[in-house]
Design a protein. Structure first.
Lengths: 258, 258
DNA sequence: GTGAAAAATTGATTTAGGTCAATGCTCTAC
DNA sequence: GTAGAGCATTGACCTAAATCAATTTTTCAC
């Protein structure tokens, strides 16, 4: 675990922390990679063109799709960060999930035929999109494509368990700690900087995701910093003591892999 | 909505409420139905035999599989109820999800190759199991089988969003109300009694699922009963005012469909 | 059916975290 | 650069829910 304390506490100016925006996942770290491969990315690029559109650019606050839009595309995040948002009845905003480079979104709409939440870009982002209706064009590649899709969906289901653990944990400090670990392990899994990074979302976004008050998020950050497990400077964040952070959450090691 | 107030408040003795155990889903209400069909249930029963084993019986507290067991089967619940449980570090028990008749489980292990939580029967239950390795035997049926599997997984992903909403809602009374609606809509979707039913899980199970104290679950039940939206008698439960229950949660109508 | 164990309820007390409010910081547009 | 808006932090206060504890009810094994 010693390889995680890469940056001495005061070495980097906070402003220099890598933003998610600046980090684009290469295809081989993208959730859709297997599917692109199977669809003939290398072998038949012109076939792929009909199915996958690469790098659609989004500005901050742009909507990728809106709740109740009918399902057409599966997306993969290349760079930036997005959030699925909705209302929980009395106009209370609720963030269902965040999407980072390498993540796929829209998978939950295949069956129902419509997207059930609105997805917005939290910062300048780019996505690849796959036209699900055109998958039929893949011909012989089709069934191995589905095979890859099943893996991707299974993986996503497993990831949702994290969320369950995240939201079900009682103490707010623990919840935020689990959230930070979730972020870090995710970024690492996709080959991005995962020790020091800039949060793309506001404190309110985190609050609406974790089901707590924005002020509490702020206090929890302060408190984790006082414990010495995190260095927080606005949105610039560094995990300074991973084991300490794990200890706060009470999580087991192997289940995390940061 | 008037069709929901089927049972006048004092008409039925609590003990006569239908238990989940007594309610078995027919194949056409089972999450695996499409897959069984595609695999040739009606057309080639002997082929199906090699892939699907029907009705494995489980007693209360029996484990279907244990965390870290290697993945082999996808299961579908025929009757009864099960729960995926884990530890959140310091021995604190955590319930990740409940599974009811019609639900599939094990989907999240396809990709990783191992189950990441332990699944136990909460009461006498029975499951069908599908040997994933033998799916290859389906031959020509294979790709349409995968197609159905993708629908099932997509549907499950959408369902997980409920969970997110469930756990992220602040007030404990609201959380429990959403939980009851989730149960009811699920039971209804699979053609089971959904107004009056017997909870298969303990208050502690619910508490460990919703991330609150067992005593708080008990108090929240009492409080919902005082509001007149629920009639609770131990584990026997009846939704006596669905609109009222919806009002407590603040949820929108169309998103629920109980 | 009976007794023991497990589960559920209820009460009293304490504490975590929500709410209200004031102030400080930092991006962005000009 | 400067102004303004949006975002973040901190404090004071108070409510909701955790904890501790005692009692009752239900369930299960014999």
């Amino acid at each position: 675990m010693s390889d995680l304390n890469l940056f001495p506490l005061s070495a980097r100016a906070a402003g220099q922390a890598a933003t998610l925006t600046s980090q684009e996942v290469a295809c081989d770290h993208c959730g859709m990679f297997g599917m692109c491969e199977e669809a003939g990315l290398s072998r038949e690029p012109q076939l792929l063109e009909q199915v996958v559109s690469r790098r659609t650019a989004l500005a901050r606050h742009d909507e990728l799709f809106h709740a109740n839009d009918s399902f057409q595309h599966i997306y993969a995040v290349k760079s930036g960060a997005l959030a699925a948002v909705g209302e929980d009845g009395k106009g209370q905003r609720k963030v269902f999930s965040f999407y980072f480079p390498g993540d796929m979104l829209g998978l939950d709409a295949i069956d129902s035929g419509y997207y059930d939440s609105t997805v917005v870009a939290l910062e300048k982002s780019s996505v690849c999109k796959l036209d699900y209706a055109n998958v039929a064009l893949l011909g012989e590649h089709q069934s191995s494509f589905y095979h890859q899709l099943i893996y991707a969906m299974s993986n996503r289901l497993r990831l949702e368990r994290w969320t369950s653990l995240l939201l079900g944990t009682q103490s707010t400090e623990q919840r935020l700690a689990v959230f930070m670990l979730y972020l870090a392990s995710h970024l690492k899994a996709h080959g991005l900087a995962h020790v020091e990074f800039r949060l793309p979302m506001t404190r309110s976004d985190i609050a609406d995701y974790l089901g707590m008050a924005m002020e509490t998020v702020s206090r929890a950050f302060t408190s984790l910093q006082k414990r010495g497990v995190l260095v927080v400077q606005g949105r610039n964040t560094r995990i300074s003591d991973l084991e300490g952070l794990l200890a706060v959450t009470g999580l087991e090691y192997p289940s995390v892999s940061v």
